[in-house]
Design a protein around this ligand. Structure first.
Ligand code: PEP
Ligand code: MG
Length: 587
């Protein structure tokens, strides 16, 4: 890496899994299999149908074999992604629609399957929510597997013997690919597809492999054996770095790893201020795969388990039993720490066929979350029962998202009581289970005192609370400068919620992204929040600040910050305070 190279280039993608990796690239061809559509004669249609059925069975068998192989090295919590793909192969849309294309259009099975894929994908591409859009990639991965089986193509292994330690570049990597990766050989990866919430990305974070995704054409920009640097925190990939870049990133890498090691030392230390004020720091998760990383970072439980993942990509709702299996797996693994499970928070998505949701002009203001659950009491009760059953295996709390008023809370709690009655004597559950609500709509803030009398705890979803308070679509990148956590309206709302909760003798928690931003810690602490829940990687950073703070200083910060008239003033003040009091903690 001695001399300057003119072919060095820096590319920007999405930072998907933090950390820096420096090494040689290995391009893996995970590109789409090429298939052509062609007409078939009427008497060939049964043959095509049989080919489709056979390829699907073959793909299922391959996945089942893979699952068995991986079971030797991975716990069951990592294998549920393969189960999700197996379920997709049983999906009625996939098989039913492809069968119809073969029969009605008189075309070959590959062409028909490709048509189904294109239709399903264009549906997902039009979904606004990034998280849901990503689910389209799972279907693509599964269909690719079937198509490869049909055309007799086999996937080459991700790395070859003798490759050494490499950074893998691919069009896309499926969750199964990531599970098969030998972590001692693959030190990072970069893909053309993917976003922050794709399954593969979540797994990369769970395994702590630096990754950059969404870097279109990366497999064309690099050649096998090129030196590359990937910065998974910033989303930067440098191909053939100059000597200066190499030195700079090597330093950064060492620094990053040093800081991570230092932060991990905080893992077993209590989350307590210098003057002895205790605060609980928990993790937000969506998959059981994330539990290991949460424990490693010293999470004192799960403060927000988003259950949506289980409900996506499927024709029919997960049964009570399936949900119970998923919830109890997490509860058992987290025990003795508590798990706070949120009931379903989606809506406006047609593919949840079993829940009648119509097209909506404004899905964010539509039949979402608790509104959707209350319209589908049977499905809601199945989820409530599954959560109750999981409570027999550890400490569980439950809460409802997007509550706007008392009537919703009462209706949800009435169904919860019914669920308890129906379970009594059939399955064990914790009779004393605590029930809370998310505070994420301004109306809930305004009546926080009234709501506090109805529930056991509040958890503020700042992502939505900011969105609805400031009327800023949280997914609209053009508005992101206006998305201001320190807007006086947001700060006053937070203060009002904590005060109402404590006045009623219940807990006030936060599980939105604000909780995981270390610079907001003095504000949230000073306001009196009892619990912060965040992504696992932020826990030690927040704890580090907490352990250098006093409650007294934090209260002063709150008093001052509430006196400003604009977010800019509040922001400038907080930055000043942070650099004066904690600069060395913000490396
Ligand atoms: C929030 O709105 O802050 C929250 C935690 O919920 P979600 O991000 O899942 O809407
Ligand atoms: Mg929310």
């Amino acid at each position: 890496m001695g001399s300057e190279r003119s072919d060095s280039k820096e590319l920007k993608g999405i930072g998907a899994s933090g950390g820096i990796a420096i090494g040689r690239v290995r391009i893996t061809d995970r590109r789409r299999v090429q298939v052509a559509e062609h007409p078939v004669r009427a008497d060939e249609i049964p043959v095509e149908l049989a080919r489709l059925a056979k390829a699907i069975e073959r793909a299922k068998l391959d996945l089942a074999t893979l699952k068995n192989q991986l079971a030797a090295t991975h716990g069951p919590e990592h294998l549920c992604v393969i189960d999700a793909h197996l379920l997709l192969l049983d999906d009625n849309t996939l098989v039913g629609e492809t069968t119809q294309y073969i029969q009605q259009l008189g075309i070959n099975a590959e062409g028909a399957l490709k048509r189904t894929l294109n239709r399903v994908k264009s549906f997902f591409n039009n979904v606004e929510d990034e998280y849901l859009r990503e689910r389209g990639n799972d279907i693509e991965t599964v269909v690719e597997r079937v198509l490869r089986t049909m055309v007799g193509e086999r996937l080459e292994p991700i790395i070859r013997a003798g490759d050494g330690r490499v950074i893998v570049a691919a069009h896309d990597l499926s969750p199964a690919d990531i599970l098969q990766i030998d972590k001692s050989q693959v030190i990072g990866f970069v893909t053309e597809l993917g976003g922050k919430t794709s399954h593969s990305t979540i797994l990369a974070r769970a395994f702590e492999i630096p990754a950059v995704v969404g870097l279109e054409r990366i497999t064309a920009e690099v050649a096998d054996g090129d030196r590359v640097i990937i910065d998974g925190t910033a989303g930067v990939v440098i191909v053939n770095p100059t000597a200066d870049q190499f030195r700079e990133y090597l330093n950064r890498k060492h620094r990053y790893e040093y800081i991570e090691r230092e932060l991990l030392k905080l893992r077993d230390l209590p989350a307590v201020t210098l003057d002895g004020h205790r605060m609980r720091l928990k993790g937000n998760i969506e998959l059981v795969e994330e539990v290991a990383s949460l424990k490693k970072h010293g999470g004192e439980g799960v403060g927000l388990y988003r259950t949506e993942m289980l409900f996506l990509n499927r024709d029919h709702l997960p049964t009570e039993e399936e949900q119970f299996q998923a919830y109890s797996a997490i509860v058992k693994q987290m025990a003795p720490h508590p798990v706070t499970i949120r009931t379903l928070d989606i809506g406006g998505d047609k593919f949840l066929n079993d829940l009648n949701v119509c097209d909506e002009m404004n899905p964010a203001l539509g039949v979402r979350a608790i509104r959707l659950s209350l319209r589908n009491p049977q499905a809601f009760k199945a989820q409530l029962k599954a959560i109750l059953r999981a409570s027999a295996y550890g400490k569980v709390r439950l809460f409802f998202p997007m509550v706007s008023g008392i009537a919703e809370v009462r209706a949800a709690k009435a169904l919860f009581e019914e669920a308890k009655k129906e379970l009594a004597g059939v399955h064990p559950f914790d009779e004393e289970i605590k029930v809370g609500i998310m505070i994420e709509i301004p109306s809930a803030v305004m009546i926080a005192d009234l709501l506090a009398a109805e529930v056991d705890f509040f958890s503020v979803g700042t992502n939505d609370l900011i969105q609805y308070t400031l009327a800023i679509d949280r997914t609209n990148e053009h508005l992101s400068p206006l998305y201001e956590p320190l807007h006086p309206a947001v700060l006053r709302s937070l203060k009002r919620v904590v005060d109402a909760a404590h006045h009623a003798g219940i807990e006030a928690c936060i599980c939105g992204e604000m909780a995981g931003e270390p610079e907001f810690l003095p504000v949230l602490l000073g306001m009196g929040f009892d619990e912060l829940s965040m992504n696992a990687g932020s826990i030690s950073r927040v704890k580090k600040i907490l352990r250098r703070c006093t409650m007294e200083a934090a209260r002063e910060v709150v008093e001052r910050i509430l006196s400003f008239r604009t977010a800019e003033e509040a922001d400038a003040y907080l930055k000043g305070e942070i650099s004066a009091r904690f600069s060395e903690s913000f490396d």
